[in-house]
Design a protein around this ligand. Structure first.
Ligand SMILES: Cc1ncc(C[n+]2csc(CCOP(=O)(O)OP(=O)(O)O)c2C)c(N)n1
Ligand SMILES: [Mg+2]
Length: 322
């Protein structure tokens, strides 16, 4: 765990964000298995990345997300009731129940959308960066994507343009070593140190421990300050691991020992241990924090369950913009 000193309030708020993501998804997984509501790809094990990155962003900064996007949405300030209702396919959901997990967006807090197409968020983030430059504001964009997306053409096109035009975009690789069941090392030689790619585009890049929320926060802070001051983009390669299968209900092809190795490095367990050691928190406070957040998630489930299902006649509404 990184030894950089952050203030107590900031560490506690990073912890709460991670817990919100964890408990939202753990609850949703249970709901899916018992009520068959909401097909999802969960982020469990990777929470430190969304929490550490988004803690550096303002409400009007943008993010682009992925198929594994609940963590990004929650960390950027998304509404858990509207998210849960969307997963339940209800009218009160973020997209009136028409999108499910894969297309949730909230432009009012800068979330330009989850995305079912691997790598598709990268050029969208570059475009948002260009709009910031044209409008002359000090906003930034955080662009989340997986290690698999780095091998897509959209990565080269999007990152190269942002570097050439000094656009304020932080490209954040959530490097969980896999793309579905394929180990990324089978298709890319530098996948464990993707920061080397940044040099080729002419931007700073850093390989970091993505399970250490303080390290993620600190590396992002540097990149965001640089981007806000007009110096252009940066690439952060965050090493992490997903605890669950690729999607909820999928088979796991990964080695059991490897899974155990990474579970022992769970980002939430690590920050709890650090906070206990440094007397930032007590065991009682951890419990009350968990209870409080679980209560919020349970309310979101109740809200979703009680919400109406959209009528078939509205299926084609909101599909096209005039
Ligand atoms: C362009 C495209 N190709 C293939 C897929 C099928 N697919 C969905 S998720 C995924 C793996 C993506 O791996 P990565 O980017 O590392 O994200 P992770 O699932 O590991 O978070 C693939 C191949 C897709 N959705 N889009
Ligand atoms: Mg991956």
């Amino acid at each position: 765990m990184n030894n950089i000193k952050l203030n107590k309030e900031l560490i506690l708020s990073l912890y709460e964000t991670m817990l919100k993501i964890r408990l939202f998804e753990k609850t949703q997984e249970r709901v899916f298995k018992t009520e068959q509501e909401g097909f999802t790809h969960v982020y469990t094990g990777e929470e430190a990345i969304a929490a550490g990155v988004c803690a550096n962003l303002n409400k009007d900064d943008y993010i682009t997300s992925t198929h594994r996007g609940h963590g990004h949405m929650i960390a950027k300030g998304g509404n858990m009731k509207k998210m849960m209702a969307e997963l339940y396919g209800r009218l009160t959901g973020y997209c009136k129940g028409k999108s499910g997990s894969l297309h949730i967006a909230d432009f009012s807090i800068g979330v330009l959308g989850a995305n079912g197409i691997v790598g598709a968020g990268i050029p969208i983030a570059t475009g948002a960066g260009y709009s910031i430059k044209l409008r002359g504001t000090s906003q930034v964009v955080a662009c989340f994507f997986g290690d698999g997306a780095v091998t897509q053409g959209t990565f080269h096109e999007g990152v190269n343009m942002a570097a050439a035009w000094n656009l304020p975009v932080i490209y954040v690789i959530e490097n969980n070593l896999y793309m579905v069941g394929t180990k990324t090392e089978r298709v890319c030689k530098v996948c464990k140190n993707y920061a080397v790619k940044a040099q080729g585009y002419g931007m700073p890049g850093e390989d970091i421990d993505g399970n250490d929320v303080i390290e993620v926060y600190t590396a992002t802070k540097k990149a965001v300050e640089r981007a806000r001051s007009g110096k252009g983009p940066a690439l952060l390669n965050c090493m992490t691991y997903r605890h669950s299968t690729h999607f909820v209900g999928d088979l796991d092809v990964r080695d059991k020992q490897e899974i155990e190795y990474w579970k022992a490095r769970d980002p939430i367990k690590r920050i709890e241990e650090k906070m206990l050691k440094e007397k930032i928190i007590t065991e009682d406070k951890i419990k009350s924090c968990r209870d409080k957040i679980q209560g919020m998630v349970d309310e979101a489930v109740e809200f979703a369950r009680k919400s109406p299902v959209p009528k078939p006649e509205v299926a084609l509404e909101d599909v096209f913009v005039e």
